[in-house]
Design a protein around this ligand. Structure first.
Ligand SMILES: NC(=O)c1ccc[n+]([C@@H]2O[C@H](COP(=O)([O-])OP(=O)(O)OC[C@H]3O[C@@H](n4cnc5c(N)ncnc54)[C@H](OP(=O)(O)O)[C@@H]3O)[C@@H](O)[C@H]2O)c1
Length: 333
């Protein structure tokens, strides 16, 4: 038997689905030991939750039996390091976040611990909501939706022709699960799509060619500050920047300057250097920014999709096959 411990809040029917993946699996789920979810698909759960001493003992005993874990306990890198001390049998961890590589890096686990376990992220499950959001943002700014909503609010009848996205050049930076879906939707809208990955494409060459740039990058040592002031300065005048990857991939101050000076048409941001975005951030009040509180990937279908991915990975694990969305422990993505 392979013992699977669910260490994240999860709907009971999805736990049942896991129980039916294979008779060789024993799935343990004790919701009273986990922080309660505040909203659907809340992986971290209520931060004010504390286990009693008795619950803590039960939780450690549960971890002690785990060969497979779903979710980083508490979604907190420090808790992950602690949990591993109670889990000597652990061999495979399926994280709930696509950017789990970053959490794993922050846990600062010894190399032996990192290598003993196969780590997988939920990369792949957020492609639809983030691609929809990215294209919504590009369409909204191109078609002047913020101006129209302001006019409507003021009861102003203000007619004038606006731009179209068809025929425009879209640069997708990072062509993983999210990037591929952004590219597919961009092509469907008649955009000319350029892209780059870690190993192919030259950002400095491609950036000045794009009317819209969508960043779908993980935060790694290599991508931190990748879109710096010089690169933002090299973007086409009147272009649009979308960031759905991680905030620290770009220089936020340089972006604010480019938006204030209207060198860029606008920005669509779901992720920020500091989250929650501080109230004093100028990004809140710029009229050419559309922002969302790191929620563009939140979808009512998220847990279901993660469980589907995990179920497939469990079958692969039992069959000794390569797992999907594996986190590289050298680059942490
Ligand atoms: N806004 C949100 O709530 C939210 C939700 C989900 C994910 N995310 C973020 O989005 C990221 C991507 O998710 P995904 O599911 O698309 O991941 P993925 O499938 O792993 O794709 C990542 C892509 O980034 C590329 N990349 C990595 N390092 C690079 C570099 N230095 N230069 C250029 N490209 C680089 C990879 O290149 P290769 O193909 O060469 O490996 C790959 O194409 C996640 O890591 C996470 O941080 C955000």
């Amino acid at each position: 038997m392979v013992t699977v411990v669910v260490a994240t809040p999860l709907e009971p029917e999805l736990v049942e689905r896991l129980r039916h993946v294979d008779p060789r699996l024993e799935v343990l789920f004790e919701p009273d030991l986990l922080p309660p979810a505040r909203y659907p698909c809340d992986h971290a759960g209520d931060p004010s939750f504390r286990r009693t001493a008795e619950q803590e003992r039960r939780f450690e005993a549960l971890l002690g039996r785990a060969e497979v874990l779903l979710g980083f306990p508490g979604e907190d890198p420090r808790q992950l390091a602690e949990a591993l001390r109670s889990a000597p049998r652990l061999r495979f961890v399926q994280a709930m976040y696509a950017g789990a590589g970053q959490q794993l890096e922050m846990a600062r686990l010894p190399r032996a611990e990192l290598e003993r376990i196969v780590w997988t992220s939920s990369s792949g499950v957020h492609a639809t909501p983030l691609a929809e959001w990215s294209l919504l943002g590009i369409l909204a700014l191109t078609r002047e939706l913020p101006r129209l909503l302001a006019d409507q609010h003021e009861r102003r009848w203000n007619r004038r022709p606006v731009e179209e996205v068809r025929g425009k050049t879209l640069l997708v930076v990072g062509l993983g699960a999210i990037g591929r879906e952004v590219a597919r939707l961009g092509e469907a809208l008649g955009m000319h799509v350029l892209s780059l990955t870690r190993t192919s494409g030259d950002l400095d060459e491609l950036l000045p060619q794009a009317d819209a740039v969508v960043l779908t990058l993980p935060l790694t040592a290599e991508t931190h500050g990748l879109l710096d002031r010089r690169r933002i300065g090299s973007m086409r005048r009147g272009s649009i920047l979308v960031n759905v990857g991680r905030g620290a991939v770009l220089d936020e101050e340089a972006l604010v300057d480019a938006l204030r000076e209207r060198r860029l048409l606008g920005a669509v941001l779901d992720v920020f250097v500091h989250e929650p975005l501080p109230p004093e951030s100028p990004l809140w009040e710029l009229d050419n920014v559309i922002l969302s509180p790191h929620m563009a990937a939140l979808s009512v279908h998220e847990n279901e999709r993660i469980v589907d991915l995990f179920a497939d990975n469990l079958r692969r694990y039992l069959a000794g096959e390569e797992l999907r969305s594996r986190i590289r422990t050298d680059l942490f993505y």
